[in-house]
Unconditional design. Structure first.
Length: 389
């Protein structure tokens, strides 16, 4: 893949995935307008993540069966419609339906990642996946910044309507440059294709192990980013949406640094990278726990947490894509379902814990999940010792 095409894929992925994270810094606005209680606010994010998981199971595997170029363009056009529904919602029911569709169609991101892994040379696959994953993470993090700024300037609805316009422009650009790759035609029917995702889990131990790691690290990731708006917007901090969203910029530094994890995986150092990243993830919660006393320590904690989570995520994908060339979309679907499960669990538990135990309870929960991830990696180290340690 050329550098230009890699950056294009990264930009498309970043814009697409940002749609499911716009709501996080504006949860209090949605709560006020639609009458949603703080203790159940996480359900809004959870619905999005659940349908993202459904899309991973039902839509992403189609990349191994259908023309990926057409699949990508079609899903992005439907995403434009879903964003307009959210941006014009007049009731909580319409809002929930729109958010569910946004989550369902945002899986085009994973179709793009699998497509990139297919057209990249084996020696550069980890590097390419790392760069595109950085684009995804930057999209996730800047989504909060953009959401906060637009909400302060023109209200929360402008966030989704502006995103719809940007998605449409991206579709126009992709129509001109997306390669039309000829592949061996799959003889599987759609039900067989979906069933084969489960079969891959049975057959591939590395997929199972890395999927569980994905669940744990994204529980931790979502615990922070879903609940962070609550202490920052409440007294004594009482920050504006723009200021709250700006904390996403701090995470970009960690995301960019994590791109190098793909190069390390290409060289056979995936296990070392994973272990070090999980240690950093655990340490990050110590800094995050001082949020209400010092915003500087929060910034340090955010950088460390995002660096750790994305380093593990990039390494996971690099190891999984090396398993079966003909099934990369299905491997992506199976792996990313656990990402979605982790994000959903983190979203709904974090707002509940904050409502009952405050920020200290949230940080204890995040640290516990991070420690569990590190323990699981250590226990499965020998099982995945197929690379240089």
């Amino acid at each position: 893949m050329s550098r230009y095409v890699t950056l294009l894929f990264a930009a498309a992925c970043g814009i697409s995935v940002a749609n499911i994270y716009f709501a996080q810094p504006i949860l209090d606005n949605l709560s006020g307008e639609f009458g949603i209680e703080h203790s159940t606010l996480g359900i809004l994010i959870t619905i999005t993540q659940i349908f993202y998981g459904v899309g991973l199971l039902l839509l992403v595997p189609l990349g191994d069966l259908l023309n990926q170029r057409r699949l990508i363009i079609g899903q992005m056009l439907l995403s434009v419609i879903a964003l307009v529904i959210v941006g014009t919602a007049t009731s909580s029911s319409v809002l929930f339906v729109g958010m569910a569709l946004v989550g369902l169609l945002a899986v085009v991101t994973q179709t793009l990642v699998a497509f990139a892994a297919t057209i990249a040379a084996p020696a550069e696959r980890g590097r390419v996946v790392g760069k595109i994953t950085s684009g995804i993470v930057i999209g996730i993090l800047l989504a909060r910044t953009i959401s906060g700024v637009l909400t302060d300037l023109a209200g929360w609805r402008s966030v989704y309507l502006v995103s719809a316009a940007l998605m449409f422009l991206m579709v126009c650009g992709l129509c001109r440059v997306l390669p039309n790759v000829e592949r061996e035609v799959q003889s599987l029917s759609y039900p067989q294709l979906l069933r084969s995702v489960l079969i891959l889990f049975v057959q591939e131990r590395i997929l199972r192990i890395r999927a569980i790691l994905a669940t744990l690290i994204f529980v931790a990731f979502s615990i922070l980013w879903t609940s962070l708006v609550l202490p920052l917007s409440a007294p004594p901090l009482s920050l504006s949406h723009t200021a709250i969203g700006a904390f996403g910029i701090a995470g970009v530094a960690g995301a960019l640094a994590a791109a190098k994890a793909g190069k390390l995986a290409d060289r056979g150092y995936g296990q070392r990278t994973t272990g070090l990243a999980l240690i950093i993830l655990l340490i990050s919660w110590l800094f995050i726990s001082y949020t209400e006393q010092s915003l500087i320590t929060l910034v340090i904690g955010i950088v460390l947490l995002d660096l750790a989570v994305q380093a593990v995520h990039v390494t996971n994908q690099s190891m999984i894509f090396a398993l079966r060339k003909e099934a990369r979309s299905r491997l992506t679907a199976g792996y990313m379902v656990f990402y979605s499960i982790g994000s959903a669990i983190g979203s709904i538990t974090s707002t509940y814990i904050y409502a009952h135990y405050g920020w200290g309870g949230v940080c204890l929960l995040g640290a516990s999940v991070s420690a569990l991830a590190l323990l699981f990696w250590a226990m499965t180290l020998r099982a995945t010792a197929i690379e240089k340690l």
